[in-house]
Design a protein around this ligand. Sequence first.
Ligand code: PLP
Length: 387
Amino acid sequence: MTTSGRHFLQIPGPTNVPDRVLRAMSAPTIDHRGPDFSTLALRVLKALKAVFATEGPVVVYPASGTGAWEAALVNTLSPGDSVLCFETGHFATLWQRMAQGLGLRVDFVPGDWRHGADPAVVGERLAADTSHRIKAVCVVHNETSTGVTSRIADVRRAMDSAGHPALLLVDTISSLGSIDYRHDEWGVDVTVAGSQKGLMLPPGLSFNALSPKALEAHGSATLPKSFWDWKPVLEANEHGFFPYTPATNLLYGLDVALEMLREEGLPEVFARHARHAEATRAAVRAWGLEVLCADEREYSGSLTAVLMPPEHDADKVRKIILERFDMSLGTGLGRLAGRVFRIGHLGHLNDLTLAGTLSGVQMGLQSAGVPVDPAGVNAALDVLRGE
Ligand SMILES: *Cc1c(COP(=O)(O)O)cnc(C)c1O
């Protein structure tokens, strides 16, 4: 096992935390009821709006993304309400299970884990729901278990064409800050996000961006809520405070991570991710392997799930790569266990990080006896070199 040099953390989250962010987080913790904290919080809450592309409020929780899933549901819905969910993969499956556990009725549209939420099916289901029983449509923007990105703008158009008043709740935990996303323009009501993926922070913060319609729904939603209630957070946030002890040092990190995204420019950040994703797919194809995502309109910018030939175990390859080359890759989740491995290419990454990553994958596949064409890495380098 290699112990010199840096570990390659190429899972699709948590991602590599930039040194600048780590240094910012090492500053002494301050009084969260004092003036310096309020200056920091007001700055961060304002800067956050840009990554969600919203003018509205963003609620920050000291919680993993799963907490922000719950917050999105309990703040907008009531017991017995129906929600429309899509089986895009493991994370969509977990979110609908949570909705069921909270006492919601879930219409779960089955999927093959190789496609995103189908806007045409959204339109059909809503058009058929003439009594407006469905109160929310829940979509995972980037399904991290499959590397498939649902087309949220098209989902929105389908909802509008159906003339249906359901809320649109979107999980962007592995897309925010990596893949183009527009909360306001796409008419999303609650956007769910987390700190440890595109935002380049450690795990521990999660977010809800809110539309005016979501705030209105909050007024009549009766699912039990206390910690997750938006209202006391929004009130305290007015003055740069929180109704409880916030994760102060993670907010130091968020402040700097947002600055880094601003410095590079969001369009440039999205273009970088798209290029790295393209280079990765070029390698996969040249190896003679298959990308799990079956629709080129839905290729993910933040990760690529690679299908193994049937007689080979993806986790055996991952184990060899970890032991020989000190690199972590994403495992196959749920029904994809052993059948795929996932290459994370989101967050703090450059061309040579990706080239090193793909070199490690190629060597690991070869060591595991998987018949791959060594032209894979060169195919990726060609994409990276091209302008
Ligand atoms: C990582 C992830 C989650 C879960 O977030 P946690 O921080 O692990 O709670 C949910 N949805 C998606 C799309 C994710 O990528």
